[in-house]
Design a protein around this ligand. Sequence first.
Ligand SMILES: C[S@@+](CC[C@H](N)C(=O)[O-])C[C@H]1O[C@@H](n2cnc3c(N)ncnc32)[C@H](O)[C@@H]1O
Ligand code: SF4
Length: 355
Amino acid sequence: MLSRYNWVLKNFSVRRIFNLALVQLSMKLKLSRTLGKPYSIMIEPTNSCNLNCPLCPTGNKSDTRKKGYMTFETYKKVIDELAPYLYEVVMWNYGEPFLNPLTYDFISYAKQKRIPKVIASTNAHLFKDDKAIKKLINSGLDRLIISLDGMTKGTYEKYRRGGNIKQVLETIKKIMATKKALKVKNPFVELQFIVMRQNEHELPLIKNFAKEAGVDALNLKKVNIYMGIKNPAKTDTTKYLPKNDNFIREKIDTKNCPIIKLSTVVNWNGEVVPCCMDYYSSFPLGNTTGQSIKKIWNNKKYVNFRRANKTANIPICKRCNTYVKDINVKLSSETLENTTLKPEMPLENHSKHVK
Ligand SMILES: C[S@@+](CC[C@H](N)C(=O)[O-])C[C@H]1O[C@@H](n2cnc3c(N)ncnc32)[C@H](O)[C@@H]1O
Ligand code: SF4
């Protein structure tokens, strides 16, 4: 209890709390020109990747954006402006964040600026030795999501093409052992398993592995079959949908989306886009290298985008299913079969993906 109180005192300033109240008010009043500043930011350290996941715009090479790595200058400019308001930095968009060697410094800088939560998601292929693992832990990262969508070589490689499951499983165990040896709690390590047709039978295996490796959480994610698909009407990706209805994304109403009022995305080159559903950066709203992010946040393009979203008549909003709640598995129960996988809403309200 006391430690939670200390955490709040250490991390929350009056300015951050006041901003959060303004963000909430803007959402309630459905304002297109918001009163607050972003409370969460997604940073893309790079749009390059070492793997070729078939539903990822980077992995399947459908994204034609120029490849590159964010510079410290670009990152610092954005963080310096927004740090007093930010609650979290999400360190990825479409690429493997740790391919950019500066990502460790990005994390440390955000922590120096007292941003409460810094999260990264990784395919875990780049922490090859103890030195790299210690560097990751010492960066100050709060939460590490490790993408592991299969427990056997064949299943894993159906999605994580070009990956090496043996290496990933060893890395996970090493990260947990190093945390223990260093007697540190952070980063909180979450295994993330995207449940798809080809891997759903391996759920008991991932549950057992998660317990054996001693990770902090296991999240069963519902697959987004539109991700990285340029022309959904012409591309059938339903083969990735699991048979188990509990893991199918709900169709949701995306009018008056709160995400575009509380968060923003900065690509590696400083380009600002509304959210991570803009796979191809089709809605560039400004560039932070030449402009202030605070000004971009409420510029004409941003305000018009929020206005257009009120009718959800924007292709990316029509197909969006960001708000889906994933399923956190209780690692304390003996096997996955003992974990009740309850859908978050009655099954009759679960619709299959609709194009
Ligand atoms: C594009 S990846 C970038 C970060 C890193 N390369 C990784 O794979 O973890 C961002 C997040 O999207 C997840 N992801 C990839 N394909 C997905 C899909 N089809 N549906 C839902 N999430 C997906 C990844 O597991 C990761 O957590
Ligand atoms: S999902 Fe992650 S690991 Fe897979 S191709 Fe995309 S960025 Fe790379």
